[in-house]
Design a protein around this ligand. Structure first.
Ligand code: 5GP
Length: 142
């Protein structure tokens, strides 16, 4: 299967559908997951179109993982007392549901007791507040 430019994250990248964007860089976009597994659940994606970790160029992956680290640091600052989960799935067999490579960054406090999929969409107020909280923390990073 090849990369489908009609996937939902490609559409967010093109501005065709809205997202709570936290940071937009030359090579990456960071925005809130619409069905967060916890407050502050963010997604970091490359601007390069790639379905998974096997297909992305090494150069684009380096930009993404550097941004993941930056967002994880911001989450650590914005959600004191939480641990930060970084999750990335490849293939529907592994649970991937959107086929544009993405890393989940999730402030977490439930140890190993986590199920990954399922859950409801968050309300706009909550998404906006958590986006703002992460943005403020990003602004304090070097
Ligand atoms: P995956 O299972 O592929 O690793 O994760 C896909 C993620 O994308 C899920 O956590 C899901 O909640 C999120 N998601 C699905 N559709 C949308 C959307 O339209 N906007 C945003 N911001 N997130 C989405």
């Amino acid at each position: 299967m090849s990369y489908d430019p009609a996937n939902i994250f490609a559409r967010i990248l093109r501005g065709e559908i809205p997202a709570y964007v936290i940071e937009d860089t030359d090579h990456t976009l960071t925005f809130m997951d619409i069905m967060p597994k916890a407050d502050g659940h963010a997604l970091v994606i490359p601007k390069e179109g790639a379905r998974n970790i096997f297909e992305i160029s090494d150069e684009a992956l380096q930009h993404v993982i550097t941004q993941v680290k930056r967002v994880a640091r911001a989450a650590q600052r914005a959600y004191p007392g939480k641990g930060i989960r970084v999750i990335q799935l490849n293939g529907s067999e592994a649970g991937q549901s959107v086929f544009h490579l993405h890393f989940h960054v999730i402030p977490s406090a439930d140890g190993m007791n986590f199920g990954f999929h399922g859950g409801a969409a968050a309300d706009e107020k909550s998404l906006k507040e958590n986006a703002q909280r992460l943005k403020q923390a990003l602004a304090t990073l070097a």
